[in-house]
Design a protein around this ligand. Structure first.
Ligand code: ARG
Length: 461
């Protein structure tokens, strides 16, 4: 490919240098944005009487044709090109001759690449938010179907208190909602136009940057031309927002792995998203969840990488910046795939309500409620806590000695209760019944059914 920047130097660059310098493999995915940007640029140049209408027509229709041909596969993007900007411009001049060379008036690749990546990322933000929205809708559906599915809630991965599966899964809904909000907020900072900053200092042509930004549907222009070509904050932010999404997905992945183990067996994934072992016939592995968990490392790495890339980088454009796109694109692709695989996993999974319920019964997760019972009878909470703890200890020791005894707070005889405190009466059983424990947690955000309605409403908005 010819070098459009040859002038100051005359000798050929080495093939090794060409290969090292080329970013086409990565930035070719911005072909559409590059062409859209050029069409807006040529329109602005005409609007400002910098080029004439007949030249504009030629350039615009040639650019549109290039776009169509790339899209329908007729024109292949050559990997020999230095980058997508050079590729498009070269094809353009090849096709319409000298007129094509007028396109690059009052711009530089420095503001051009900054524009292309902003246009590309604003599109990706919308796509990712759409995918998260689908995931949240699915979470709402599962929550709705599991309002009464009681399960043990955990702290320290030890059974803690009874909650419903609806309450549990809605916690993830809240996390993903924040992820969407972060991306919406970022959109404001991405959708600002750097084009017209040129190499760094602006231009002597009487251009209209605001006009061009409007054509591109951008909300404003970067105010400082040096900042316009140096700023990659929005890439750092996007990479960081994606790292947070990956972190959320990795927690969901980890719990999926735990909950699908034979020991828990709270959920069963469909065969379509699990794998077997090549040697152990009994295995049904949650590989997809493990991969989502594993790929989180890659997304964190990309964030560290971009931060390090920009550290101490002098203004304005430096070729280091060419590396930024590969990183953020990789995070985008990884997070999108991870979201999609989770949508498939959740929409096809089976929830073992009985096993959750059974686990909730054997585990003394109503011990807090037992203490609360004594409090309703007048005992101070600290004392009640102690009595409840002694009763749990009593049952555990009995169960250890005799495996068949299976003592729970629900089955402990009232005479035994009364040995620990005379405040215990027959109504204790109703009080510590798991369903009642759940229903009583009406404090805002708690696990009671009324709260679940409220949380679903909140997410639907
Ligand atoms: N391929 C380059 C990049 O991605 C485009 C900008 C090149 N500008 C320059 N002055 N060499 O950053």
């Amino acid at each position: 490919m010819a070098k459009l920047w040859k002038g100051r130097t005359t000798a050929k660059t080495s093939s090794l240098a060409d290969k090292f310098n080329s970013s086409i493999k990565v930035d070719k995915r911005m072909y559409k944005e590059d062409i859209e940007g050029s069409i807006a640029h040529v329109a602005m140049l005409t609007h400002c009487n910098i080029i004439n209408k007949s030249d504009e027509k030629k350039i615009r229709s040639a650019l549109k044709k290039i776009l169509t041909e790339i899209e329908n596969g007729k024109l292949k993007i050559s990997e020999k090109a230095e980058d997508i900007h050079m590729f498009v411009e070269e094809i353009l001049t090849k096709r319409i001759g000298a007129v094509g060379k007028k396109l690059h008036t009052a711009r530089s690749r420095n503001d051009q690449v900054a524009l292309d990546i902003r246009l590309n990322l604003r599109k990706e933000i919308v796509l990712i938010n759409y995918t998260i929205d689908r995931l949240i809708s699915l979470i709402i559906k599962v929550a709705d179907e599991n309002r009464n599915t009681i399960m043990p809630g955990f702290t320290h991965l030890q059974k803690a208190q009874p909650v419903t599966f609806a309450h549990y899964i809605l916690a993830y809904g809240m996390m993903f909602k924040r992820d969407m909000e972060r991306l919406y907020d970022l959109y404001k900072r991405v959708n600002i136009s750097p084009i017209g900053a040129c190499a760094l200092a602006g231009t002597t042509y009487k251009t209209d940057r605001v006009y061009e930004a409007k054509l591109l549907g951008m909300d404003a222009v970067c105010e400082n031309s040096i900042d316009a070509v140096s700023d990659r904050d929005f890439i750092v932010e996007f990479s960081s927002d994606l790292a947070i999404i990956a972190m959320h997905l990795s927690r969901l992945a980890e719990e999926t792995i735990i909950f699908t183990s034979a020991e828990f067996n709270y959920i069963e994934l469909s065969d379509a998203v699990t794998t077997g072992s090549s040697i152990m016939p009994q295995k049904k592995n949650s590989d997809m969840a493990e991969l989502v968990r594993g790929k989180t490392g890659r997304v964190y790495g990309n964030l560290m990488n971009i931060l390090t890339l920009l550290k101490g980088l002098p203004l304005a454009y430096n070729k280091d910046m060419q590396e930024d796109k590969e990183l953020v694109f990789d995070s985008i692709d990884t997070v999108k795939d991870s979201l999609e695989i989770f949508i498939e996993m959740i929409s096809t999974m089976k929830i073992n309500k009985d096993k959750m319920q059974k686990d909730a019964v054997y585990g003394f997760i109503n011990a807090t409620d037992l203490a609360d019972y004594l409090v309703t009878k007048g005992m101070p909470f600290r004392d009640a806590y102690k009595v409840s703890g002694e009763i749990v200890r009593y049952c555990t020791l009995k169960n250890e000695k005799d495996a068949s005894s299976n003592l729970t707070l629900e089955t402990l005889p009232i005479e035994v209760y009364r040995k620990f405190s005379k405040l215990f009466e027959q109504d204790v059983y109703k009080f510590i019944n798991l369903e009642n424990c759940v229903k009583r947690r009406t404090s805002l955000g708690g696990t009671s059914p009324s709260n679940i309605d409220r949380q679903i409403e909140y997410l639907k908005k």
